[in-house]
Design a protein around this ligand. Structure first.
Ligand code: SAH
Length: 226
């Protein structure tokens, strides 16, 4: 697999140390996390997660934990990123993917290594600006972002072969299902304070099929822009 971005580990100040830490993270995802998709594991070995969080927390970047990214939001735990990406790619590599909830930009970056086109929407401008800076620094050219309420998707760029939602709503927004291509797959956490499930929805010519992939814990999907 050829990464679609330029890595500049020297810019991180962590260099080889961070590569070793990433290798260890990936081995844990495989052995303890049950992640089997080598494409996903390779992408996560490539993307420098420590560049997606505040420098003060960089030493914890390769622990399997969610971390604060400001504005009351979190970068998802590596296992969750791996599991959702794996679930999205199981039917084949989608050409065009929409992400709702750019946050730190890490999930979008992992996707951008794997698929030709990534579109990511974030409601908090401050987070989006930081994420864009990271994408520029790493040289991603196949990643577009937009400041908007992602619950209405990105109509001008639809249809999408895959959609990933990284904040939990009480339902899957109908606009997103509408913008999913027939044969496409959507992965989203759904639920409220009493618990969330990771849902995978497939859109077929006959309608939609849904399955649960297990319990998860995400920040809530919030209406409007911040
Ligand atoms: N994918 C991110 C996860 C960030 S947490 C990462 O890899 O870091 C979820 C993000 O979803 C937050 O940044 C939050 O602001 C954003 N979000 C919540 N509701 C949203 C909405 N309606 N539209 C767009 N983004 C939303």
């Amino acid at each position: 697999m050829t990464p679609r971005f330029r890595t500049r580990p020297e810019a991180s100040g962590l260099g080889m140390t961070s590569q070793r830490a990433r290798d260890r993270m990936v081995e844990r995802l495989r052995s303890e996390g049950g992640i089997r998709d080598e494409r996903v594991l390779t992408a996560m070995r490539t993307v420098p997660r420590h560049l997606f969080i505040d420098e003060a927390l960089a030493s914890r970047a390769y622990e399997d934990t969610a971390l604060p990214i400001g504005c009351g939001q979190t970068i998802s735990q590596p296992w969750v990123v791996a599991r959702m990406t794996e679930a999205l790619l199981e039917d084949g590599i989608p050409r065009r993917v929409l992400e709702v909830g750019t946050g730190s930009g890490y999930q979008a970056a992992v996707l951008a290594v794997l698929v030709p086109e990534v579109y990511s929407v974030e409601r908090i401008d401050e987070l989006l600006r930081q994420a864009r800076r990271r994408f520029r620094k790493l040289g991603f050219e196949n990643l577009r972002t937009r400041h908007d309420d992602g619950r209405s998707g990105w109509p001008d760029a639809a249809p999408f072969d895959a959609i990933i939602v990284t904040a939990a709503g009480t339902l899957i927004d109908p606009a997103l299902v509408e913008q999913l291509a027939v044969g496409g797959v959507l992965v989203a956490p759904v639920g409220g304070s009493s618990g969330q499930q990771l849902i995978r929805l497939r859109k077929t010519a006959e309608g939609v099929e849904q399955e649960s992939l297990g319990a998860v814990s995400f920040v809530p999907l919030v209406p409007g822009v911040g």
